[in-house]
Write a protein of this length. Sequence first.
Length: 239
Amino acid sequence: MIEVRRLVKRFGLKTVLRGVDFHVEQGEFVALLGPNGAGKTTFLRILASLARPTLGEVRINGYLLPQQAAAVRQRLGVVSHLPLLYGDLTAEENLRFYGRLYGLDGLDGRVSELLARVGLAERRRDLVRTFSRGMQQRLAIGRALIHQPDVLLLDEPHTGLDQDACEMLDTILRDVAAQGQTVVMTSHDLARAEDLATRFDVLSRGVIVASAAAQALPPEGLLSFYRQALRAPAQKGAA
Ligand SMILES: Nc1ncnc2c1ncn2[C@@H]1O[C@H](COP(=O)(O)OP(=O)(O)OP(=O)(O)O)[C@@H](O)[C@H]1O
Ligand SMILES: [Mg+2]
């Protein structure tokens, strides 16, 4: 569960998040949409405890960020633009490394299962620095799932993946959601987001300007909702 109240993020004099309120119940799958520069990555990085809020309150599973970041990280998986992998380790060594970091035992089975799930079983013994970008992205997805996190954060996870890998990721995300894990995913692929998510939030100029559950989308679909949201004047918390 994620609770964000009046979140502000500034970089120097520039205010990027201007009072974001955001609540996600366990098991929801939220697609966070918005134009380039809206603040989506900044927001996800704060949720992932990779950046600090300037003002406001951020709680994940009841733990406060950044004060209780260690407890949050234990139950959180992140797929970001930086794959956070070690180039001089093999695919399986990377997963084993992260598994140990989370204090997991009996990792062999888990590592094999994840490598198969992301389509890298045959490359398990190859060094990650020899991987293509899409292959690194696949492994980053495996890495994010190794400890079966309650909350999965993904920043444009389909970017750079080929058609098969995108479908593989969608299958993984549907499984994750079916298991009751919470997902927040940014995307510019509205069709994909519409297919996967149970809720859609639109971030524009640092505030959430619209939010709708999947069943509350207009009959014309997500694209129409999205365009409408960007036309509407920002209402909440605009500074
Ligand atoms: N470390 C930083 N220092 C200064 N400004 C930053 C920093 N990180 C992000 N910004 C600024 O914050 C704003 C939001 O950037 P962010 O990356 O969060 O947008 P985004 O919604 O993820 O966009 P995109 O769709 O292009 O990925 C941009 O104006 C960006 O220049
Ligand atoms: Mg971004």
